[in-house]
Structures are given as C-alpha cells and as structure tokens.
Design a protein around this ligand. Structure first.
Ligand SMILES: Nc1ncnc2c1ncn2[C@@H]1O[C@H](COP(=O)(O)OP(=O)(O)O)[C@@H](O)[C@H]1O
Ligand SMILES: [Mg+2]
Length: 257
C-alpha cells in the first residue's frame, strides 16, 4: 500500500511540484494519473521510488515512511518498484536478453551482472517475461533494431524480470502511435490483473485513462483535483483537470446539450 499524507514538494528553484497531496493506493490497483504537462504527474510517481524527495508530509510504502530512507533502504525500495519510461531506457547497443536481465540487477548485485553471471533461473525468467509480451523472437536482436512499441514491450519484460511489487509507468505510450499505445496499455493491464502488481501509469489524456483505469487521479498545478473511478468522470472533472470545457466550442456557440 502507498499512502501520501499531506505530501508537498518544492524544487530547489522554488517550483511547487506537489501541493498537499493525500492519496492512498491499495495493493493490486491499476491507477492512471492524468493531467497536463507540468501538472506534477512525474513528480508524484518519482516520489514513490525516491527519484525525487518530497519536502513535506509523509509517504508510506508498505507502512514505512520512505522519506526517511537512505542508501541501503533506497536500493531495496527501487528493487520493489519497477519503472517504465516514455523513452524505454534500454541500452541500445545491447541485445534484448541483456536488457531484460538488467531487471535482476537489484537482486543479483552489480559485479555479477557486469560479468554477465546471471543464473539459469534468471535467464529463464527473462525469457518467460519476453514471452508474456510476445517479443521472445527478438531475444538476440540489438535493442536499437526494434520499433518503439517493441522496445516498450522489452522494457515491460525487464520490469517483469525484476519481479517488483509496484510498477510505475511514466507516460509509457507518449512516443507511440495509437494502436501501439493500446497494445502497450493492454499488456500493462493484463500483467496487473494476472500478477496483482499494483500499477500506476501517467498519461496525458483522460480518454485513454478511462479505457484502462480502475481509478483515475486527476492533477493540476501539483494538486489532486479528481480521485475516483472512471465511471465518476464528468465534464466538470475534465474542466478541473484541463482548465477548460471538453466542448468549449459547443458552449461558445450556445449549443450546450
Ligand atoms: N527538477 C526540477 N526542477 C525544477 N522544477 C521542476 C523539476 N522537475 C519538474 N519541475 C516542475 O515541477 C512541475 C511539475 O512537473 P512534472 O512533475 O514533471 O509534471 P508532469 O509530469 O505532469 O508534466 C512543473 O512546473 C515542472 O516545470
Ligand atoms: Mg511528466
């Protein structure tokens, strides 16, 4: 369970990234965070694995305040939380298998991984993970030979190989075309359901969020302005998140229906 208790984050330059955020995310949930660029989505998600550190409040992960964590605890936290990035973060010149095995880093230790001393068990886990996102035939291809969608599937396989308790995906489909975006979202959702891994996904657009999320958290200017199931999203929600009406043109024409 993840609990934000009155969490604020002010960046060193004075920008307020988060403002009095109170959110509890239960085990197994699939939560989508939506909001405009600059709303604080990345800051929220990156607080959970302490890539950034909130300046106020407390942030509990499995009942421990991670804002008090230092090096050893941080390593454990980052092993427990798998991250998926917009730009995949693969080692381009390494092959797919090596990229996926990197998911074992937190478990294996750096030295063993430098020498490629992964166990048979790790290698078969990596291969099974690739199979789950249907990309196993690329196992010996270089990462940069793959399309964007394929690379994102490899990064999902890497996260699976990490066996995290939480998956944090920061705009995982922002660089992909619509059909590929849906494919990636479908895999994330499937994994969430099958493995019961709590998953938090940042997205720009609420329509995509509505299709996949059990729960939507809307953010604007560092604040949570909506928190509820997709079924409770209304036009007012849209206004709160985006600061304008979903049908502004209609309204200007006085044809509100
Ligand atoms: N490292 C940083 N230093 C200063 N300000 C930052 C930094 N990262 C983000 N911000 C600012 O914090 C706010 C929230 O940013 P961010 O969490 O990246 O939003 P989003 O992911 O929703 O686009 C924005 O105003 C952004 O410019
Ligand atoms: Mg962002």
């Amino acid at each position: 369970m993840i609990e934000f208790k009155d969490v604020s984050l002010v960046y060193p330059n004075g920008t307020q990234g988060l403002k009095n955020v109170n959110v509890t995310i239960n085990d197994g949930e699939f939560v989508v965070i939506v909001g405009l660029s600059g709303a604080g989505k990345s800051t929220l998600i990156r607080s959970i694995n302490r890539l950034v550190t909130p300046t106020n409040g407390s942030l509990l992960v499995d009942d421990e305040d991670i804002l008090k964590y230092r090096s050893k605890n941080l390593r454990k936290l980052r092993t427990k939380t798998g991250m998926i990035f917009q730009n995949y973060n693969l080692v381009k010149r390494s092959n797919v298998l090596k990229n996926v095995l990197a998911g074992r880093l937190g478990h294996t230790g750096t030295l063993r991984s430098i020498f490629n001393m992964y166990s048979k068990k790790d290698k078969s886990l990596a291969y099974e993970s690739l199979k789950r996102v249907n990309i196993e035939e690329k196992v010996y291809n270089r990462a940069d030979e793959l399309s964007g969608g394929q690379q994102q599937r490899v990064s999902i396989a890497r996260v699976l190989t990490q066996q995290p308790k939480y998956i944090l995906a920061d705009e995982p489909v922002a660089s992909l075309d619509p059909p590929t975006s849906h494919q990636v979202m479908t895999y994330l959702k499937k994994i969430n359901k099958e493995d019961n891994i709590t998953t938090i996904v940042n997205l720009h657009f609420i329509d995509m969020a509505m299709e996949y999320a059990d729960r939507i958290i809307g953010m604007r200017a560092g604040e949570v302005v909506f928190d509820g199931p997709a079924s409770e999203v209304t036009e007012k929600t849209f206004e709160e998140i985006y600061g304008r009406s979903i049908r502004e043109d209609d309204l200007r024409g006085g044809t509100e229906s």
